[in-house]
Design a protein around this ligand. Structure first.
Ligand code: SF4
Ligand code: SF4
Length: 103
């Protein structure tokens, strides 16, 4: 769980895994997640990723939930993308209460 700016702990509301925002992937993200799922990287990309402009991003499920968001939480949490690891403490933009209710 990430620590929040006020040193409280992320309450795991999973709001950051929902909605219209995109999860951008770098090469290491793809390799790490594919290894975690015991897949070839190209199969991982085919099944779980799509292109947005020139970027590779995770697909979404219905209601725009991240493709890896399940009832129990993130299916690839130990291997989650760098973007997910950085939110919200090391985020390059101001994080609003709407983005993260505990920020
Ligand atoms: S990869 Fe995991 S942590 Fe990242 S948005 Fe998807 S469900 Fe959330
Ligand atoms: S929105 Fe904030 S509090 Fe909720 S899971 Fe994400 S980081 Fe944690």
């Amino acid at each position: 769980m990430p620590m929040m700016p006020d040193n409280t702990t992320c309450l795991n509301c999973r709001q950051c895994c929902r909605g219209k925002g995109l999860v951008y992937l770098n090469h290491d993200d793809e390799v790490r997640a594919a290894q975690y799922l015991r897949m070839e990287r190209r199969d991982f990309v085919k099944e779980y990723c799509k292109r947005s402009d020139n970027w590779m991003v995770l697909k979404s499920k219905e209601a725009l939930d991240c493709v890896f968001l399940e009832k129990e939480g993130c299916r690839i949490y130990p291997a989650r993308p760098e973007q997910c690891r950085k939110f919200p403490v090391n985020w390059p933009y101001p994080v609003t209460n709407e983005d993260c209710p505990h920020s």
